[in-house]
Design a protein around this ligand. Structure first.
Ligand SMILES: *[C@@H]1O[C@H](CO)[C@@H](O)[C@H](O)[C@H]1NC(C)=O
Ligand SMILES: *[C@@H]1O[C@H](CO)[C@@H](O)[C@H](O)[C@H]1NC(C)=O
Ligand SMILES: *[C@@H]1O[C@H](CO)[C@@H](O)[C@H](O)[C@H]1NC(C)=O
Ligand SMILES: *[C@@H]1O[C@H](CO)[C@@H](O)[C@H](O)[C@H]1NC(C)=O
Ligand SMILES: *[C@@H]1O[C@H](CO)[C@@H](O)[C@H](O)[C@H]1NC(C)=O
Ligand SMILES: *[C@@H]1O[C@H](CO)[C@@H](O)[C@H](O)[C@H]1NC(C)=O
Length: 389
């Protein structure tokens, strides 16, 4: 009761095609036959010898057609398509089962799409996408060749699609060659990728960005940040700091090698957005992504102090309660919304207007008193004159 499947010259692939002996067990046993869509597939019933053979598919006798033929006891599927999948069995003249196989059709794997990244000089990580074509199980073989031409397995966690090269040679003039080979029961495809560590290295964005007003300096903002944790501390980074008025879209730029900078040309009392990116100090590789943005308003004089001398105490109290209720105390982490800023500005305007009004009223009053006095003086003189007359 032995049977086997033969392979026609024009492209049928045997279920037994596998790249390495180690992988041979993965794709099931003798019960499943994998074939490539669009090729001719011959199912042979070897045990038949000279006996009369009958074929069944899915349990019913096959009906021969243009693309389904019997040849010397074998069943030939021409230009196999998915509808021809099924359970095929051959039987002798007494319909005794001789052999049963499940036929599955599909395509060889597609070429893996591979890319490699390095967020520092200590590790190259390569990843690839799962092959979507066909329903066949695909497995991947990941290896790499070092600049000195040694070949290693590229280690990965179980069956994830990421493998890692740890502590790669840093100053090699030749690339690492990554070899990702996709294997399924009917074929394999390889992608080779040249990787130069110094070209692909890209730090993660700077972290812990803080921006705070500088006390007494309405035009300054102090910004600090940290190296991304993934970079390690052994190699230096350089940075670009960008800042803009939150409501506009024009970034100003500051290049620096430090992790703290002072912006000196901010506009007082305006909300600023700030972000930082980084790159290897010696310009290898790529710029990081931008950090997340932080927001800050530069320091400003408390309006109440400047008004105090000119406004009455009552007015003063009013302004104070108003500004206290609309403006939270400024700390680096508390950012007043622009409507708060607006409210505050209105309060300032009102208080200035009021104080000017009070000044004018006071002055007018003084002038009026004076003119009254002058008038009464004049009247006195007139009366005196009249009396002397
Ligand atoms: C073919 O056989 C397999 C395994 O015995 C079974 O799971 C499947 O349902 C069968 N398919 C058909 C269409 O009979
Ligand atoms: C069928 O069998 C005959 C005789 O056994 C042989 O001559 C012939 O080549 C076979 N045909 C095919 C397609 O295998
Ligand atoms: C066998 O059954 C499967 C599942 O129902 C179906 O997809 C397939 O087309 C059938 N095969 C044939 C040759 O009818
Ligand atoms: C890539 O890897 C596959 C599987 O290990 C191997 O068969 C093939 O020869 C390799 N190709 C190169 C160019 O190293
Ligand atoms: C970010 O700040 C936190 C709290 O200050 C600190 O624990 C952490 O180490 C900082 N991260 C980095 C990468 O320096
Ligand atoms: C950079 O940002 C893009 C878009 O948000 C993201 O897809 C990518 O993974 C990021 N790259 C790094 C190195 O963080």
């Amino acid at each position: 009761m032995i049977a086997f499947i033969s392979c026609l010259c024009h492209g049928i692939v045997l279920a037994s095609i596998l790249l390495t002996p180690a992988g041979a067990g993965i794709f099931g046993g003798t019960d499943v036959l994998y074939g490539r869509i669009g090729t001719d597939i011959t199912l042979k019933c070897k045990a038949a010898n000279n006996r009369i053979i009958q074929w069944k598919v899915n349990g019913t006798f096959v009906t021969l057609s243009n693309n389904l033929k019997e040849q010397n006891g074998s069943l030939v599927l021409l230009m196999a398509d998915l509808s021809m999948e099924g359970n095929y069995s051959c039987h002798d003249e007494t319909t005794r089962l001789l052999y049963l196989t499940q036929l599955k059709l599909g395509y060889p794997p597609s070429k893996p799409l591979v890319h490699c990244v390095a967020s520092n000089f200590y590790r190259i990580s390569c990843m690839w996408e799962n092959s979507q074509e066909g329903s066949f199980p695909v497995r991947y073989i990941a290896t790499y060749r070092t600049p000195s031409s040694n070949i290693f397995n590229c280690p990965r966690d179980s069956l994830s699609n990421i493998c890692q090269i740890d502590n790669p040679q840093m100053f090699a003039s030749l690339p690492y060659v990554i070899n990702i080979t996709a294997v399924n029961p009917i074929g394999h495809r390889t992608t080779l990728l040249d990787v130069m560590l110094f070209d692909i290295v890209q730090p993660d964005p700077p972290v812990n960005i803080t921006a705070e007003p500088v006390f007494g300096s309405p035009r300054r903002i102090r910004v600090q940040w940290d190296y991304p944790l993934s970079w390690g501390s052994q190699f230096k980074l350089k940075f670009v700091l960008e800042y803009k008025l939150q409501k506009y879209n024009f970034w100003s730029r500051l290049d620096t090698k430090m992790t703290t900078e002072i912006i000196t040309d901010a506009i007082a009392a305006q909300l600023y957005a700030i972000r930082v990116k980084t790159k290897d100090f010696f310009d290898n590789g790529k710029w990081s992504n931008w950090s997340s943005e932080v927001f800050v308003t530069p320091w400003r004089e408390t309006t109440t102090e400047s008004i105090q001398s000119t406004v009455t105490t009552q007015m003063m109290d009013f302004v104070q309660t108003l500004s206290q209720s609309t403006t939270p105390t400024l700390s680096p982490n508390v950012i007043p919304s622009s409507s708060d800023v607006l409210d505050r500005n209105i309060v300032i305007l009102i208080s200035i207007a009021t104080s000017i009004g009070i000044c004018i009223a006071a002055t007018t009053f003084v002038l009026w008193i004076r003119s009254r006095r002058q008038e009464s003086d004049k009247n006195d003189i007139l009366t005196k004159k009249a009396l002397t007359l």
